[in-house]
Design a protein. Structure first.
Length: 268
């Protein structure tokens, strides 16, 4: 096909038909630049960007998971270098209208003890769950509160298994992928404590069958989980395998690196 350039336009016959014009496209409205100030947030993950900057994935209270570029954060004397730490409450400000916004201010708020030893590993597990399960720019203020509470409990040496089960359940519920587990989807009645059930990841509890390969749990376990009561040893064991099964389903095959470490080292 011949290409008509600016140099040979003049050689076209003056009576040649003018090519049909493409229909005019309606201009898309310009995205409004966001300016967010003093937003409570936590750093979930960061990685290098160009020579001196970082891309920081944060969980904010009112704006959900947000990606920010922290310009110059890798420079030795940058104020951001010591502030953008995981598991510490921060107050962040940012602006921009693209998927990755620009961090404009960051301050350490304080109020939480640092995580140490096994608690630190559990904290990285919580962060990996949030990064892999939450879409960006989807606010979850209740989940933000659950996350803050989980970090506080881990820092005060609460049993890690119980802290993780509570947070896993809150994450699935608040992100909208799990509903009420206390009501049977077949009978529409409250689950019976001494009957066995399986959880359909897309629907909810139903009576267990012999051929089911999904984890079977007592109705009592589901009721205990709803009440955040993990005192019973059976509830602890059944809830661990149930959450492992459900998270694998909702992650669509994505692996959790910290989960395997927790299994290997701490049997969590």
């Amino acid at each position: 096909m011949a290409v008509i350039s600016a140099d040979n336009i003049s050689s076209l016959s003056s009576d040649a038909k003018e090519p049909a014009k493409a229909p005019a496209r309606r201009a898309r409205p310009a995205e409004k630049e966001l300016r967010i100030a003093d937003q409570p947030a936590f750093v979930l993950h960061s990685y290098p960007y160009k020579e001196t900057s970082l891309i920081v994935d944060v969980l904010s209270r009112d704006h959900g998971r947000v990606a920010l570029v922290a310009k110059g954060a890798k420079r030795p004397h940058s104020r951001l270098r010591g502030v953008l730490q995981t598991f510490q409450p921060l107050s962040l400000s940012w602006s921009g209208k693209s998927e990755v916004r620009t961090l404009t201010a960051a301050e350490w708020v304080g109020g939480l003890l640092p995580l140490e030893k096994s608690a630190l590993l559990c904290g990285f597990y919580l962060n990996e769950l949030l990064v892999k399960l939450l879409v960006r720019d989807d606010p979850h203020p209740a989940l933000f509160s659950h996350y803050t509470s989980a970090l506080n409990q881990l820092a005060h040496d609460e049993p890690p298994a119980i802290v993780l089960r509570k947070f896993e359940r809150a994450l699935l519920k608040e992100s909208g992928v799990a509903g009420d587990w206390t009501r049977c989807t077949v009978s529409r009645e409250t689950v019976i404590a001494d009957l066995l059930y399986v959880i359909d990841p897309e629907a909810g509890p139903r009576p267990a069958h012999v051929a089911d390969t999904a984890p079977k749990v007592l109705g009592k376990t589901l009721l205990d989980m709803d009440n955040e009561d993990y005192a019973d040893a059976t509830t602890q064991t059944q809830s661990k395998f149930l959450m492992r099964f459900l998270l694998a389903h909702h992650l669509h095959g994505a692996t959790l690196n910290t989960r395997q470490i927790l299994i290997d080292l701490l049997q969590l």
